[in-house]
Write a protein that binds this ligand. Structure first.
Ligand SMILES: CC(C)(COP(=O)(O)OP(=O)(O)OC[C@H]1O[C@@H](n2cnc3c(N)ncnc32)[C@H](O)[C@@H]1OP(=O)(O)O)[C@@H](O)C(=O)NCCC(=O)NCCS
Length: 148
């Protein structure tokens, strides 16, 4: 199983907009349609499809936040039909690798809704740590690039 990240130019919007989380997870992540609108308005946002072969299974978006100068994962989701198959982990790892290859990106930030314990535990497993910062209802987590 190889998970690859594809740009919007490669995927088209339709495949991404068709992906949804479960009703229980709706409060944890913005819909992909809204995220793509955000990316339209903010060219610093980089939207990516998470693919297994020709099948779109998820969506991610990252950015260099102009306000704090930090690199953020703004979105990560796996469609409800494809969850619990390792795609989220593989997608996150591919995204982290891609971001750390960007000159000047030595740490990656993300916000997790406090009630989203599954995601917080998942990010913890992948090396992210709570910064102690809270933004609205989200706790901020951070992953530092390992020194070579
Ligand atoms: C969080 C999310 C991206 C994980 O994607 P996924 O493809 O289901 O995750 P994986 O199959 O790669 O599993 C990674 C690990 O996460 C944990 N995990 C994932 N889903 C879980 C669940 N429903 N219950 C408990 N643990 C879970 C497990 O530890 C799992 O590892 P394991 O299968 O070896 O035990 C996915 O659940 C999702 O899209 N959630 C809704 C949107 C969201 O919350 N995004 C994060 C916003 S910050």
């Amino acid at each position: 199983m190889t998970v690859v990240l594809k740009t919007l130019a490669e995927t088209g919007r339709r495949a991404i907009v068709a992906l949804n989380v479960t009703n229980d997870q709706d409060d944890f992540v913005t819909s992909n349609a809204e995220s793509l609108e955000e990316a339209d308005e903010n060219p610093d946002c980089v939207p990516l499809g998470i693919f297994v072969g020709d099948q779109a299974v998820g969506f991610a978006m990252y950015t260099l936040d102009a306000d704090d100068g930090n690199w953020w994962i703004y979105r990560l989701m796996i469609d409800q039909r494809f969850q619990r198959r390792g795609y989220g982990r593989a997608g996150l790892r591919a995204l982290v690798e891609r971001m750390f290859a960007i000159p000047g990106c030595s740490a990656i930030y993300l916000g997790v809704v406090r009630e989203n314990r599954t995601a917080a535990a998942f990010y913890l497993q992948e090396g992210f740590r709570e910064t102690g910062q809270v933004l609205g209802d989200e706790i901020v987590m951070r992953l530092e690039r390992k020194k070579a």
